[in-house]
Ligand binder design. Structure first.
Ligand code: SAM
Length: 248
């Protein structure tokens, strides 16, 4: 499944109105976000997420963190206040260019443009924490599933991943339902958005059973699943999983 349409959309959004593309708050379109306030939302989000990890009782080593789908670095910058080093990865070069301009932590934060459906640019077992929010939902499910596998490859044993992805009915690969899914979620949705003069942003989901299996098959243990609210019939889930240490 090609990632080109998603990349094209975010290249344009990164050039035109990057902060609003990340957080689309009414009245703040056309570059009206105050960057201070924008980055403050990231600080609050990361404090809440780290508080949550603590609450579920997982010990977290504050070495290196990965922010997958970093855009302009809203969350990478906040992670740098808690971790020694942070890597932000995004498909959009224009977003990453802005992220580098906004970076306040020098070489402790590195940004990478990655346009392929894997994270081979990152070494195995080189992260203590992986965080991804409002990103996997924009990626077709096959590729999103591969990124989830990759989260657990790049984590060290004992490392923790927290990521959000909407839930929906399971899709059998190659089935008519799966083909209709892409027709609706990619082609018709993009067309409809264009007709209305809106950015052609795709919204995808992965069935919860599939995410659970991905976590298990990647050598990790699902620790918690949190419902983040419902949009129409589709629920939105945040997963927390820990990479198991290899058995002796
Ligand atoms: C809504 S923004 C979220 C940014 C960030 N997670 C935050 O919450 O501040 C979604 C980001 O995901 C990025 N993205 C989309 N597909 C991607 C992919 N395959 N790999 C990496 N980043 C991707 C987009 O370029 C965009 O910057």
């Amino acid at each position: 499944m090609s990632l080109d349409p998603v990349k094209q959309t975010y290249e344009k959004l990164g050039r035109d109105d990057p902060l609003y593309a990340v957080l689309s708050r009414k009245g703040l379109e056309d570059n009206k976000w105050d960057p201070e306030e924008f980055f403050e939302t990231g600080r609050r989000e990361i404090e809440a997420v780290l508080g949550y990890v603590d609450q579920v009782g997982l010990p977290l080593h504050r070495g290196r963190a990965l922010d997958f789908g970093c855009a302009v670095g809203r969350l990478s910058q906040a992670l740098a206040e808690h971790f020694e080093r942070v890597a932000g990865v995004d498909i959009s070069a224009s977003m990453v260019e802005r992220a580098r301009d906004f970076n306040r932590h020098g070489s402790r934060v590195e940004y990478f443009v990655n346009t392929v459906p894997n994270l081979r640019i990152l070494d195995s077992e080189s992260f203590d924490f992986v965080y991804s929010n409002i990103t996997l939902q924009h990626i077709p499910p096959d590729a999103a599933a591969e990124y989830i596998r990759e989260f657990f490859r790049v984590l060290r044993p004992g490392g923790i991943a927290v990521f959000q992805v909407p839930n929906g009915p399971p899709l059998k690969p190659g089935s008519l339902r799966a083909r209709l899914y892409m027709l609706r979620r990619r082609h018709l949705r993009r067309l409809w958005k264009r007709v209305r003069g809106k950015p052609p942003v795709e919204i995808h989901y992965i069935a919860v059973e599939h995410v659970r299996a991905l976590i298990r098959e990647s050598g990790a243990r699902l620790v918690d699943e949190v419902g983040l609210g419902r949009r129409r019939r589709q629920s939105n889930l945040r997963y927390c999983a820990v990479k198991e240490a290899p058995s002796e």
